[in-house]
Design a protein around this ligand. Structure first.
Ligand code: CO
Length: 353
């Protein structure tokens, strides 16, 4: 989701070789220059820098601990606002940064709900609660989620999403069609008597980008020809539902991101945009992260400014996405990284068998 592109993100092709010292590390400077004229010596794809792999793994390990904490703290009656604040603070305490506001989506809500700055909601008695946590370390993101359910009656639904994820992870290999993984997810969830949410999908990730171009469907999509590639991170996220299997946007919006590079000159709220951009660049944010703006404008006015900026194309809104009221949705998600040698790791450094 970001404009910020550095050498790794650009890829070490001929045009940017001068920036990509990692691909010719160890060569004296004149050879690097010489290399510029000899494109045949340049690897086709940028290698994954060891430090990049380390950052992905660090982000993954932090996300893992945050999810464990979410499992302990998400209880019926718990306040949504304190839950998300606790988890986001914990990310920072562990040395990461939130890659997006912690999402806590309840029952038929599938994704993109977070607490407002003055949120009074509490988690329901019988709820199915999805906690989606994004952690980044210097822009390298682990995007992961769990479902916590407070009642036995939802156990089968929750298990179907968890098992679908586990089965999917075993199929992620370089060269495999992403649609094959979608087919595995669909088979597991339908086999347990539920539907997949068809219009929510996994995605590739890149530095400071949560959605980096590839879509990993949660069903067999014959029109998706893309294949898993080495040197790339992917979030795999099956959703199982008792509802229609299609989510729609609600009016509620608690998450926005700044749209990369529109011309902001002359926008009366430019200082607000700049203030937000300085803190989160183009990653998604919540009004909760800017208490000083909320205090100076007032919460209602701050919200109206965000709505208006999004209507005029300066912000991307992420409305709450829901299946039909009365249904229940479960989700699990992990980020995997395909290394240059083709091996696949969940970003906690757990090898996928
Ligand atoms: Co995701």
């Amino acid at each position: 989701m970001s404009n910020r592109r550095d050498p790794q993100a650009l890829g070490c092709d001929v045009r940017v070789l001068a920036l990509c010292s990692s691909s010719v590390a160890g060569l004296p400077p004149q050879d690097r220059l010489f290399n510029f004229t000899r494109p045949q010596r340049i690897p086709e794809r940028p290698g994954l820098d060891e430090s990049v792999v380390r950052k992905y793994i660090e982000a993954g390990r932090i996300a893992e601990r945050v999810k464990e904490r979410a499992e302990r703290e998400a209880r019926p009656g718990a306040k949504l606002l304190s839950l998300v604040a606790t988890l986001e603070n914990y990310i920072v305490e562990l040395g990461g940064r939130p890659a997006f506001p912690v999402n806590v989506s309840i029952d038929y809500e599938a994704a993109h709900r977070t607490a407002y700055i003055d949120d009074e909601s509490v988690l329901p008695e019988d709820g199915v609660v999805k906690v989606d946590v994004g952690v980044h370390v210097d822009g390298y993101i682990a995007d992961t989620a769990i479902t916590v359910s407070f009642s036995e009656k939802h156990q089968k639904l929750v298990d179907s999403a968890r098992e679908a994820l586990e089965a999917a992870l075993r199929h992620v290999k370089p060269g495999v069609r992403v649609s094959e993984v979608g087919s595995v997810i669909e088979k597991v969830i339908r086999g347990r008597g539920f539907k997949v949410v068809k219009n929510l999908s996994g995605h590739s990730l890149a530095e400071y980008m949560i959605h980096a171009g590839d879509t990993i469907p949660n069903y067999r999509d014959p029109l998706n020809f893309s294949r898993f590639r080495p040197g790339t991170a992917y979030a795999i996220e099956p959703f199982a539902t008792t509802g229609r299997g299609v989510v729609g946007s609600e009016r509620r919006v608690g998450i926005y991101s700044i749209k990369p590079s529109p011309n902001r000159e002359g926008v009366p709220e430019e200082h607000i945009l700049l203030n937000i951009f300085e803190r989160v660049k183009t990653l998604p944010f919540s009004e909760r992260w800017f208490p000083e703006i909320a205090a100076s404008l007032g919460v209602e006015r701050f919200r109206r400014v965000l709505e208006s900026l999004s209507r005029r194309g300066y912000l991307i809104p992420y409305p709450v996405l829901s299946d039909v009221p009365g249904s229940y949705v479960a989700q699990f998600e992990e980020t995997v990284l395909i290394l240059d040698d083709g091996s696949v790791i969940v970003t906690t450094d757990r090898k996928v068998l």
